[in-house]
Design a binder for this molecule. Structure first.
Ligand SMILES: Cc1cc2nc3c(=O)[nH]c(=O)nc-3n(C[C@H](O)[C@H](O)[C@H](O)COP(=O)(O)OP(=O)(O)OC[C@H]3O[C@@H](n4cnc5c(N)ncnc54)[C@H](O)[C@@H]3O)c2cc1C
Length: 464
């Protein structure tokens, strides 16, 4: 790793899977949050995605509760058709709490209450997080060699043999992990692995990130606001607010994008924008020969659902599960690539859904997104959903049924009907079932503390 090059310096929003990773490392949550100026995240607020002036939330965790054979949303769809349902957001503890800027951790002793099912992730300062994990790794025996790689030595059979540093040192190894970010130093520059380009589905290819002064309230949500040719993020941390504009260079230019970003900050600008270019997609093989690419070297799906850090962590776990002994066995390599492709493609589909499922026609960008041809895997999911509101999580697909349902409903893709088994219940029973869920959630949210108070008590960070 090279101090002179530095890290990409973005990546401040996460998903709940990060908690499992932290548990695996036995990180102390309060300490980790203090050290990274972190706040809690209950979901993502999507502003202007469906149409201008419309907002919905993709909250983590469960929606209501199952009844008999069916997920709660089937009963909601029936009541909605009769004009008798409350807003779908009222059936998720995460969303209902976030709308009032409330937060608390789930209570293990309250499994029967929505409070036992609060699901959360974090917002943190990406540079502090990188520094924190580096110190943690070094404390646990990881040896770090500082230096810029200037040359890569190859074996006659095409495998990587060594890397040479600027100061002349040569480091030989049997196996290499390419974590060089967008440069993809080993996997692409040397192994010429190839890249599967997904720009036709995920057209954003530029980003600008800029911090501004913190403003209150401290919302426990990442906010994503759709813009003319992309979208803007807003992430509230303890010491500042992170902002970024992700856009497509085909539909706007850098100057216009910068102007739009800077004119939509809700606090004083604290630095110049950090400008980044990328191409959505993934390496054709994430493990090629004696090299595995992890992180941005493996590909990039764009940050809309905050999935990249998770993909780094799940890749690390997958590599441990399939780690080679002495010899490289092609069966391990193929399985690693198969699992990675599946994981990436399903996340890709979920993100594409946000762009495609829009009523917006006000710019060329949105007209393109609305009419693009979809991957068959996504089209199949949409068709199934549209008929009877059915959705099934496939294998170890990252996003749960609840996530898909919230984006479908939030972005106005309402199925023609619901599961016919709903008919076993009377309208009155369904109304009572839904009413109980919503009123229980209302009562739970009332007793939850404000997010800012919880953070101040649980993990107050020193001012920087
Ligand atoms: C605009 C944007 C927003 C994002 N937002 C999110 C988000 O909200 N949530 C999320 O989970 N993820 C997000 N990500 C992704 C996240 O930033 C990355 O997954 C994460 O930072 C890991 O990056 P990396 O380590 O692969 O690459 P980098 O951070 O770029 O690190 C690359 C490393 O390689 C080293 N290096 C490169 N070349 C050499 C060389 N020649 N010699 C020696 N060392 C070298 C560098 O010094 C550096 O340490 C975002 C990404 C972008 C672009």
């Amino acid at each position: 790793m090279s101090e002179a090059i530095g890290t990409v310096g973005v990546g401040e929003a996460t998903i709940p899977a990060i908690k499992k990773f932290n548990e695996l490392l036995e990180l102390d949550e309060a300490e980790f949050m203090q050290r990274t100026q972190a706040t809690f995240k209950l979901g993502i607020e999507f502003v202007d995605w469906t149409r201008k002036g419309h907002t919905y939330i993709h909250g983590f965790g469960v929606i209501g509760q199952d009844w008999e054979w069916l997920r709660c949303h089937h009963y909601w769809l029936q009541a909605h058709q009769r004009g008798r349902a409350r807003d779908f957001a009222d059936y998720s503890i995460n969303t209902a709490a976030a709308l009032q800027n409330k937060f608390m951790q789930p209570r293990a002793d309250m499994a029967d209450s929505p409070i036992g099912h609060i699901a959360y992730a974090f917002h943190f300062d990406a540079s502090l997080y990188a520094r924190y994990l580096r110190a943690f790794a070094e404390q646990h025996g990881v040896r770090r060699t500082e230096g810029r790689i200037v040359d890569v030595g190859m074996h006659d059979n095409g495998d990587i043999a060594s890397v040479s540093l600027e100061d002349g040192r040569k480091i030989k190894a049997d196996f290499f992990i390419d974590c060089s970010g967008f440069r993809a130093l080993l996997i692409e520059q040397n192994l010429k692995t190839g890249y599967e380009d997904w720009t036709h589905w995920l057209p954003c290819d530029r980003a600008m990130a800029v911090p501004c002064a913190r403003t209150d309230p401290l919302i426990p949500l990442t906010r994503s606001t759709a813009r003319d040719a992309g979208w803007q993020w807003r992430i509230g941390l303890q010491h500042r607010t992170g902002n970024g504009h992700v856009y497509s260079s085909k539909f706007t230019d850098d100057d216009a994008a910068e102007k739009l970003l800077l004119s939509n900050l809700d606090g004083e600008q604290l630095a110049d924008p950090n400008k980044l270019r990328f191409r959505t997609g993934k390496r054709r093989k994430m493990w090629n020969r004696n090299c595995v690419a992890i992180g941005l070297a493996a590909g990039f799906l764009e940050p809309l659902e905050s999935t990249s850090l998770h993909l780094v962590q799940s890749a690390a776990i997958r590599l441990v599960r399939l780690f080679p002994d002495g010899e490289l066995d092609q069966a391990n390599i193929d399985e690693y690539n198969r699992q990675s492709d599946f994981e990436w493609e399903r996340i890709r589909d979920f993100i594409i859904l946000h762009y495609w499922a829009t009523e917006r026609e006000d710019t060329e960008f949105w007209r393109y997104c609305r009419s693009m041809e979809l991957p068959a895997t996504l089209q199949r999911k949409i068709d199934l959903w549209r008929s009877n509101g059915r959705i099934f999580r496939e294998d170890e697909e990252l996003f749960s049924e609840e996530s898909w349902i919230q984006v479908f409903i939030g972005q106005g893709i309402i199925p023609r009907s619901h599961d016919p088994l709903v008919g076993i219940k009377s309208d009155a029973q369904i109304e009572q079932f839904l009413g109980n869920i919503a009123s229980t959630i209302d009562r739970c949210v009332q007793v939850m503390p404000p997010h800012a108070d919880f953070v101040r008590k649980f993990c107050p960070a020193e001012p920087l």
